[in-house]
Design a protein. Structure first.
Length: 265
């Protein structure tokens, strides 16, 4: 499988996962043009996609859906709560019901030679989820917009060959930054976003001998820096109670507005 981030950040998110037979996106939260540019670098186009899986209905995860569905007959998979949220945001009612296929957390869905298993996440959206993607004996995990994590989260993401995990903000930058108090409180809450420290803490519980690469994603433009996210996670791993060192793995910060390096699984 090939695994990469086409874009990742507080302003827009889109992740590509593909085998020789099957090509999917997780979220389409940047412009159609930006997605097409990313797919072109993978020698693909939107017409090659077998499905788009949506994590939740916030704009930075669905921005291009309306434009894509005008031209391409691509099935859109999401939880019922997310589908209702997408329909509510579509003021013109132009996104057709027939395109949406409901999924349930912890119930597998097959697309081509892939199996996807949604997982519950804690975020202030209708019915948000992350995804576990299986192809043969390989497993990829995509989990962003996590206000917190639990033993369930760890169990869901255990034994992955590759991961994209949220490292949204540096707590000190957020606390001293320009955001209003209520927004800071939302981000720091259990239904907000995962900090750099918490991301590193969670990663310590997920590391295993077969991981080919890790993306740190969904970084805040205002409350984080790529170097800070990387260094904080690195220190958490090196100081954590686990048998690994950060240098044992390829850890990358997913690019905000362009395709990241490809992880081959």
């Amino acid at each position: 499988m090939r695994f990469t981030s086409i874009a990742s950040g507080s302003s827009g998110n889109c992740t590509y996962i593909g085998s020789e037979r099957t090509h999917i996106l997780i979220d389409a939260g940047v412009s159609k043009k930006r997605i097409e540019e990313g797919l072109k670098e993978l020698e693909l186009g939107l017409s090659d996609l077998d499905a788009i899986f949506v994590t939740h209905e916030h704009t930075d995860h669905i921005a291009a859906l309306h434009t894509i569905l005008k031209k391409y007959d691509i099935p859109i998979y999401a939880t019922n709560g997310t589908i209702e949220g997408i329909k509510f945001s579509d003021k013109k009612g132009e996104m057709l019901d027939s395109r949406f296929i409901p999924v349930e957390t912890d119930k597998e869905v097959s697309v081509g030679d892939m199996i996807l298993n949604p997982m519950r996440i804690s975020h202030d959206a209708n019915e948000p989820c992350g995804y576990r993607i299986f192809c043969g004996d390989k497993k990829i995990g995509v989990a962003t917009d996590l206000g917190c994590y639990t033993d369930y989260t760890v169990e869901c993401l255990r034994d992955c060959d590759a991961l994209l995990l949220e490292a949204n903000h540096d707590i000190r930058m957020l606390q001293t930054g320009p955001y209003p108090y209520q927004l800071k409180r939302r981000i720091l809450g259990d239904s907000g976003h995962l900090s750099n420290e918490k991301s590193g803490e969670l990663l310590c519980k997920l590391l295993n001998d077969k991981i080919k690469g890790i993306f740190l994603g969904h970084l805040s433009k205002e409350n984080n820096l790529p170097e800070l996210a990387y260094e904080t996670v690195r220190v958490e791993i090196d100081m954590g109670e686990n048998p690994y060192h950060s240098s044992d793995f390829e850890i990358m910060v997913a690019n905000r507005s362009e395709i990241s390096r490809i992880i081959y699984v």
